[in-house]
Ligand binder design. Structure first.
Ligand SMILES: *Cc1c(COP(=O)(O)O)cnc(C)c1O
Length: 381
């Protein structure tokens, strides 16, 4: 069977061969535990982790001590939200987030509500952006944390992170951002953007699955978080568990490559995205979801009017790997909460497609997908 064209880079990405090459020595030869301080194998692993930590910190203008390795962005978000809530509950019990956040932010918020915390879920406009005045109005004396993602995983929309950071800082409220989709693709600077906690992951930028990090600010202000995993006291007590040296080395390599090629990759994915949109917008049944420009270069999200979403997905499956606007959880299919927050009907939300264009896609692939999609829409309408 011919493998479909992969256009689902917001879900995950293939491992870059340079990342794999950097990781390989740490599986067999240099396999030591970075916490083994008494011998050569431990020192070797520890040195590799130290270097990786420095590289990752540098890319976001942080210091190495501010990086806590986690299993990915889901764990980083959980650690940020629950860790801050637990550490600051005597100061206040109110948090602010956005309706279009990833479930790895929304679900910990719902959990915190079950413990007695209050959460405000800010709405977004039809383009997917929050209103900064809404944010400012939502901040109360007992607000301890604001969590707003840098780039949305469905519609790619980029929230005004620097302005949000400024508002939070001026009200002395901590600011967390889920940057799982943004890291490596847009410039992120925790100082310039006044970010206090930042969630990262490797597998959306051609690293492996199962590794990520939480940046936690150490000065001005010094942020406290309550650990959510207790054990050997790794990561200065904030996240116990033996560090995964190969994954950490690969994460740093993936980030280093992404930053070095950021401008070039931005231009490449942008021109492929623009070409795809130019082709698809020929059809007046196809509408764009999310802001026209203020989005990730490789993201396109569309809805098709008057077409059965499931039939369209079935027609496209042999040709292209994409994601639809519905999340299938076991037996139940629900329309995307992100598209519903834009004000779409359920029908339009179901008949939507998310394209994630990445490093390894080509112009020819985009042409094939555009041809096939337009033909499928014609035959289904
Ligand atoms: C992928 C993703 C996550 C989850 O990251 P994992 O590393 O897979 O746990 C969280 N937030 C956003 C915005 C994502 O795109």
């Amino acid at each position: 069977m011919h493998r479909p064209i992969y256009l689902d880079c917001h879900a995950t990405t293939p491992v870059d061969e340079r990342v794999l090459a950097a990781m390989l020595p740490y599986f067999r030869e240099n396999f030591g535990n970075p916490a083994s301080v008494g011998h050569f194998y431990g020192w070797e692993a520890e040195a590799a982790v130290k270097l990786a930590r420095e590289t990752i910190a540098q890319t976001i203008n942080a210091t190495p001590e501010e990086i806590i390795f986690t299993s990915g962005a889901t764990e980083a978000n959980n650690l940020a939200l629950k860790g801050v809530a637990e550490a600051y509950h005597l100061k206040g019990r109110h948090l602010i987030t956005v309706q279009t956040e990833h479930n790895a932010v929304l679900d910990p918020c719902v959990y915190l509500q079950s413990l007695g915390f209050e959460v405000t879920y800010l709405p977004v406009n039809a383009d997917g952006l929050i209103d900064l005045q809404d944010l400012e109005r939502a901040i109360r004396a007992d607000t301890i944390l604001v969590s707003v993602m840098a780039a949305n995983n469905e519609i790619g929309v980029l929230q005004p992170i620097a302005q949000i950071g400024q508002i939070c800082r001026s009200h002395q409220v901590l600011f967390h951002s889920d940057a799982a989709q943004a890291i490596g693709k847009i410039p992120l600077d925790v100082e310039a953007m006044q970010i206090d906690l930042l969630s990262l992951t490797a597998h959306k930028i051609y690293g492996v699955k199962g590794i990520g990090a939480l940046y936690v600010r150490r000065r001005q202000p010094r942020v406290s978080i309550a650990p959510q995993l207790h054990g050997g006291g790794h990561e200065r007590g904030m996240r116990s568990g033996t560090l995964y040296t190969p994954q950490i080395v690969g994460f740093a390599k993936a980030l280093e490559i992404a930053i070095a090629s950021q401008e070039e990759e931005h231009q490449k994915t942008l021109s492929l995205r623009e070409h795809l949109w130019q082709r698809l917008s020929e059809c007046d049944r196809i509408i764009l979801n999310g802001h026209r420009q203020q989005r990730l270069a490789g993201n396109l999200n569309i809805s098709v009017k008057g077409v059965n979403g499931q039939a369209l997905m079935l027609a496209l499956q042999p040709i292209v790997a994409i994601s639809s606007g519905s999340a299938c959880t076991s037996a139940k299919t629900t329309p995307s909460h992100v598209l519903m927050a834009l004000g779409h009907s359920q029908e339009l939300a179901y008949a939507s497609i998310r394209f994630g264009i990445g490093r390894f896609n080509t112009f020819e692939e985009i042409e094939i997908v555009a041809d096939h999609l337009l033909a499928s829409v014609r035959s289904l309408q």
